[in-house]
Ligand binder design. Structure first.
Ligand SMILES: Nc1ncnc2c1ncn2[C@@H]1O[C@H](COP(=O)(O)OP(=O)(O)OP(=O)(O)O)[C@@H](O)[C@H]1O
Length: 240
């Protein structure tokens, strides 16, 4: 029986001159799955992520989303196919209210009336309805992260890509974000690159560990984080 997949990377490879940052990586993600990508600095996670999102064109291999090859497609087309990307650099517009920013994002897939309704739904889902009339530029870092997440979710993507969503958040915010990310899987598959092990443990879903551009280990978080090879290359004493 063929496994239903929403995203498949096949032999994905990226070379920068003499450096092979990602070396023949395969990854399979099912609809509604939550997958965490972890690994030491320089392991190739960001490069892999950028190939999934269309920010980098692979040197070799393919990325297939809902049966369509993404290689060579512009990022805007990849977004329209149903991939929502939240990167490390907040791209929200400081001069807009939260509601205006999220409505603008919702307009990618909806006419104006429906986009406004979607905005209210999305703000409620993320638990930031009270921020709707605040200017984005006035928000604290953690609040901005949640607003950007609302902008990613408003067009209802089938796959959400999150690059270090917990970076710079307080412990309370990380804990809340973890619950939120798990909740996201009701409507989307989610792939996360994340350094924060507290966040990974809290989510406790499938983890893919990168090392030297390859996949070192893959499986349920508890099993993978207990793997001695993973501890050796990445976690060290932190996981002991
Ligand atoms: N634009 C580039 N030009 C040359 N080398 C690059 C480029 N981008 C990444 N690399 C190299 O590719 C390798 C993988 O880097 P990458 O940033 O993907 O790792 P990472 O796992 O995301 O690391 P970190 O956790 O520190 O963000 C590293 O050796 C890095 O120096």
């Amino acid at each position: 029986m063929t496994e239903a997949l929403i995203l498949e990377a096949r032999g994905l490879t990226m070379r920068f001159g003499g450096v092979t940052a990602v070396d023949g990586v395969d990854l399979k993600v099912r609809p509604g799955e939550l997958r965490c990508l972890i690994g030491p600095n320089g392991a190739g996670k960001s490069t892999f992520f950028k190939m999934l999102s269309g920010q980098l064109r692979p040197s070799a291999g393919d990325v297939v989303f809902k049966g369509i090859s993404l290689v060579g497609l512009p990022a805007s087309r990849i977004a329209r196919l149903g991939i929502g990307i939240k990167t490390q650099v907040p791209s929200v517009f400081n001069g807009l209210t939260v509601a205006a920013g999220v409505t603008l994002a919702a307009r990618r897939s909806l006419p104006p009336m429906l986009a406004r309704a979607r905005t209210d739904e999305t703000l409620a889902r993320i638990g930031i309805g009270r921020l709707r009339d605040r200017l984005v530029g006035e928000l604290a870092h953690g609040q901005r992260q949640l607003v950007e997440l609302a902008m990613v979710l408003a067009p209802q993507p089938d796959l959400v890509l999150l690059d270090e969503p917990a970076a710079g958040m307080t412990a309370d915010e990380v804990s809340r974000l973890a619950d939120l990310v798990v909740e996201l899987t009701r409507s989307s598959a989610v792939i996360i690159v994340e350094h924060d092990m507290q966040f990974i443990r809290r989510i406790a879903r499938d983890v893919t560990v990168f090392n030297c551009g390859r996949v070192l280990a893959e499986g349920p978080a508890g099993q993978v984080l207990a793997d001695q090879r993973v501890k050796d290359v990445y976690l060290g004493k932190e996981a002991a």
